[in-house]
Design a protein around this ligand. Sequence first.
Ligand SMILES: Cc1cc2nc3c(=O)[nH]c(=O)nc-3n(C[C@H](O)[C@H](O)[C@H](O)COP(=O)(O)OP(=O)(O)OC[C@H]3O[C@@H](n4cnc5c(N)ncnc54)[C@H](O)[C@@H]3O)c2cc1C
Length: 435
Amino acid sequence: MKKIGIVGGGAAGALVAIHLLETFESGDEVLIFEPSLEVGRGVPYGTSEPMHLLNVRCSNMSAFVDRPHHFSEWYARAMEIPVSDAGKQFAPRCEYGRYIGELLMLAAENSAGHLTVIRERAIEIQNLPTLSVKTEGGATIPIDELVLATGHLGPRTPTELEVIEDSPHYLRNPWAPNALSCIESQDSVLILGTGLTMVDLVLSLVSRGHSGLILARSRRGLIPRTHRLGTTLPFDPSSLDRRHLAKSLIDFLRAAGDNWRAAMDGIRPHTQDIWEQLSWEDRRRFVSRLRPFWDAHRHRIPEVTSEILQGLVELGRLDIGIGRLKSVTVESDGFRVETSTELIRTDWILNCTGPDLQVERAKIPILESVIAHGLATYDPLGLGLIVDSDGRTSRAGHVWALGPLCRGSRWETTAVPEIRGQAARIAELLMRAPA
Ligand SMILES: Cc1cc2nc3c(=O)[nH]c(=O)nc-3n(C[C@H](O)[C@H](O)[C@H](O)COP(=O)(O)OP(=O)(O)OC[C@H]3O[C@@H](n4cnc5c(N)ncnc54)[C@H](O)[C@@H]3O)c2cc1C
């Protein structure tokens, strides 16, 4: 009989549980520690805004590596459209959350084993005499194996904004429930960050009937590029010049010309291998210098989303540009913001700089505890935990990690097409391990 604890019930934690439940024998149990009300959603799929779309086509969002059409078929049934049409679409993210939630419930109903959801944050582990998880509420629950799927950190306030941290007109975490509810329709809004979070927040404001001016600024003013249907361009990793990896990748993308999206998709299955070949110093350089360019091209938005943004720009309601934040002062009529390019007056400032990548600096209690027990280590860049190719955090075994938490070790590890493979592998190895 096995008792497996999963800390984090976002998509990654739920996928591990689904795979486990499918193979469980009588008496086996999986416990998911997740403080939010619904399991399987996390931040990305917890949105209720239907304009927030997946940034991956349905055809590549199946929960199962070996059943590639599973989500397209589910979505086709839900929307009453042909599967071939569903596969090409970018479904609302809330629908994807519903899909994962349904799969989990179904897996639990059909399983010989048992699913328990503990609606609490896990804060600590104990390792003697056996492994156990302590929750915020004070419960201590014994388990045999621990899977860490704590996902994304919230955004961190940039240093220049610390002076307004407590202002009610500064939104540090735009993902917080009802974060936008106090913004009046005519209020001016400055969004810091021009990536995917900015895109989501602009859509949310529009859908709430906001009609004031929205400015979005970032150091480089890079916005996510748009998806286009196309055939993936095959990429041969052995063609890379190992001494100049970044340059030879850029050459491959440049050579593809207008077809760079297909080239980017060709690189994707090899990204983890390429990442592993980089020294930690090269990884650090990539994160600090190249990441904004990588993100804008790798994490693309659906055409329909791009058209909405373009429409707002043409109407003069949205202005996206370059501006490195220098200082902010609070005045009687709002904020005065000085950037490297201009002076801005705004009613609201929204922090859309994206999830904080510095996991070690965040000192998450459960991770600190696992590390203090010698069952895991932070990677040298502090982006997350070191894992081996199977997701183990240490040779001692019993602790596993997947998803965004493994960014330092794997980089290409934050999206469902990678996470579902990691989840299946961890579940398979957990089931093979002696009880
Ligand atoms: C806005 C956004 C949109 C995205 N869109 C897509 C997309 O369209 N397609 C795609 O493939 N990928 C997308 N992604 C990538 C996304 O990272 C993955 O798809 C996936 O959702 C990650 O799941 P996760 O469970 O690892 O993390 P999360 O979704 O962050 O979930 C982690 C969960 O862990 C819980 N948790 C954290 N700490 C504890 C603790 N101590 N105790 C208990 N519970 C804890 C949290 O409450 C949370 O529910 C998107 C990401 C974001 C941020």
